[in-house]
Design a protein around this ligand. Sequence first.
Ligand code: G4P
Ligand code: NA
Ligand code: NA
Length: 194
Amino acid sequence: MRELHDKIRNEGIVLGEHVLKVDTFLNHQIDPELMMKIGQQFADRFADAAVDKVLTLESSGIAPALMTALVLRTPLLFARKQKSLTLTDNLFVESVYSFTKQQKSDVTVSRKFLSPGEKVLIIDDFLAHGEAAFGMVRIVKAAGAEVAGIGIVIEKSFQDGGRKLREAGFRVESLARIASLSAERIEFIQQAGM
Ligand code: G4P
Ligand code: NA
Ligand code: NA
């Protein structure tokens, strides 16, 4: 998605060789017009997937996922991150490890919002090692629902999450795929039609 590539080039800040800071439009301040275009793009790419519900993880996945759900005319469900839980009877709970934060958190979804047979489109802002995405996949499967696909705003292709998800058979659509990061340059993997 050219407009997203330009935005990343113009406003992204590279921290080390592994982290891209995009808090002017995605992770802190949010650009609603860009989010709408991102939602439209995901809706186009998954138009044939008969999506019943969009699922993301709070907090930064919510903006692109909401716009996607708006265009697809489905509900948006966001998984919550919680430190420690006592009452889990009514919840799907999966533990997710964050490499960035070097800590585990419990990711939860109420059982009343996912049903067997539903087709669920997973959306997230970043894909690094895939821990968050696989956590959401496990929740969808625990509900007896089906993963319709996985839409990622920014995939860091030099980390292994994208490869692992595709090898597991999931359809992954990433709007920007970053091949490498350095202070001087952000390299994208060019995609057809972008
Ligand atoms: P993984 O899920 O793909 O394995 O990634 P990881 O554990 O490393 O991600 C932990 C958090 O860091 C996630 O946000 C993820 O979106 C974010 N993240 C990973 N790589 C980058 C990056 O290069 N730049 C930015 N800006 N964020 C990155 P989170 O903790 O869930 O926080 P939130 O922003 O959704 O609240
Ligand atoms: Na994030
Ligand atoms: Na995220």
